[in-house]
Ligand binder design. Structure first.
Ligand code: HAM
Length: 425
């Protein structure tokens, strides 16, 4: 019986070349930005005790109730695969108590049991940053600016920045009370799901995209009208700071986002080229109470996460084709001598920083030349028995159409210089 043909699980994707070069480019670009803005890399486990996420993102959030991958290990401990990056970073911050402000960046897979569709997956990949230890609005501006400049450097030009403030516990609490009254009054008009569940977490109704809920909340109270003087002035400073950097913000009073940890500034980056579904390429906000929720001292925090898949979809939708990173083969070595000439030469050239490919399995000259063409290499270096005997190497410019001109014979000791001259031509 032949073995079953396994496929990647539903809602997940393998990423192979050439697409994977774009991933490399996006991650390398983000790492460079994180470095410029003073962030250091953090790695945390892909799974945590379930409490980290239940306490962090909120037991009643959609992600915690419907979307987490929860499992018991062989020691019967209950863990969850990370559905997002923030809770793990804050757990690690509380555990290790690094000096504040602590500025960390990450790149990580995240797992959510969602209904897969374009731009929505069961395993997606996030780039993100978190800052712990300051509630200065200048930090909010810095975090949002990092994201904005990063998107610009990816070539994205059609991105809208939505902002809102969730206030602190007190002003949000006052708002929720009034919202509760409003939803109670209109409960019969809510969507099927929220008609029953609105009272568990009324803010979730603001997130609901169903027309029934939108109609009810549209005529209801809005968060920004309930901010206390401190929160309002914090929010003004954030928007003002962004304005000074020519970064436009659009106030979206229903932007409460999906997790319970948010306080004060919340924001989302929408790629307009993606249409209306799954168009958020990034989002984040403050979470000034999260460290305490996870057993630490009260410490302010803010960050954002951005989905790599959606960033690439947004680039495609905007028609951006820049490669982001150079991933071309410089040299392909064709060796028909059956000796270790290709091995030695490849080692030498790679040591000089060149990207070198070669053939294996004793293929014919014709077959190796075909591989050289297919590799996209700029130059082929040919070593046959004659070259081996005379200490010469045949250097062939694979991008030239002129057969005579394309090929020259170079003495081994002159090869590096000749090669560099050709590659820089
Ligand atoms: P989030 O908005 O849930 O926030 O996710 C951040 C980004 O990840 C989204 O804007 C989107 O680009 C991408 N994303 C989320 N879910 C999926 C999915 N199922 N498929 C594809 N892409 C997806 C957070 O996760 C917060 N931890 C962000 C944050 C950091 N807040 C403060 N610090």
């Amino acid at each position: 019986m032949s073995p079953p043909l396994f496929q990647a699980p539903i809602g997940t994707h393998d990423v192979l070349a050439p697409q994977s070069a774009l991933w490399e480019g996006v991650v390398a670009t983000f790492a460079e930005f994180a470095y410029r803005y003073g962030f250091t890399l953090i790695l945390t486990p892909m799974f945590e005790e379930i409490g980290v996420f239940n306490r962090g993102i909120g037991e009643n959030s959609d992600v915690a109730t419907k979307e987490m991958y929860v499992f018991q290990d062989r020691g019967e401990r209950t863990y969850a695969l990370r559905p997002e990056g923030t809770a793990s970073v804050v757990r690690a911050f509380v555990q290790h108590q690094p000096t504040i402000p602590y500025k960390a960046w990450y790149v990580t897979p995240a797992f959510r049991y969602e209904r897969p569709q374009a731009g929505r997956y069961r395993q997606h990949h996030q780039l993100g940053v978190e800052v712990l230890g300051s509630d200065d609005p200048a930090v909010d501006v810095e975090v949002i600016t990092l994201a904005w400049r990063f998107y610009q450097s990816l070539g994205l030009t059609q991105v809208r920045l939505l902002v809102n403030s969730m206030g602190h516990d007190e002003c949000r609490g006052r708002y929720i009370d009034v919202l509760r009254g409003h939803l109670e009054e209109y409960r019969e008009q809510l969507c099927d799901e929220h008609r029953d569940s609105w009272s568990q977490n009324p803010l979730r109704v603001l997130d609901c995209k169903k027309p029934e809920c939108v109609a009810v909340t549209d005529v209801g109270p809005m968060l920004p009208d309930f901010l206390c003087a401190d929160c309002a002035s914090h929010f003004d400073s954030v928007r003002g700071g962004l304005r000074d950097l020519n970064i436009d913000t659009t106030l979206d009073p229903r932007l409460v986002r999906g997790f319970d940890y948010y306080t004060r500034t919340t924001f989302e980056f929408v790629a307009e080229a993606l249409g209306s579904a799954q168009n958020a390429i990034g989002g984040g906000g403050r979470y000034d109470g999260l460290a305490e929720q996870l057993g630490g001292k009260p410490v302010s925090g803010i960050g954002f996460g951005s989905g790599i898949e959606r960033l690439l979809l947004a680039r495609e939708a905007e028609g951006v084709t820049s490669p982001l990173i150079n991933r071309v083969t410089d040299v392909f070595i064709v060796d028909t001598t059956g000796s270790d000439a290709a091995t030695v030469l490849a080692d030498l050239l790679r040591g000089q920083g060149l990207a070198v490919e070669r053939a294996f399995d004793g293929r014919s000259m014709r077959s190796q030349m075909k591989l050289a063409d297919r590799s996209g290499a700029r130059v082929a270096l040919v070593i046959g028995p004659q070259e081996l005997a005379t200490g010469q190497i045949t250097m062939r410019d694979l991008r030239s159409d002129d057969f005579e001109q394309a090929q020259v014979s170079v003495a081994r000791e002159d090869l590096s210089a000749a090669l560099l001259a050709l590659l820089n031509k």
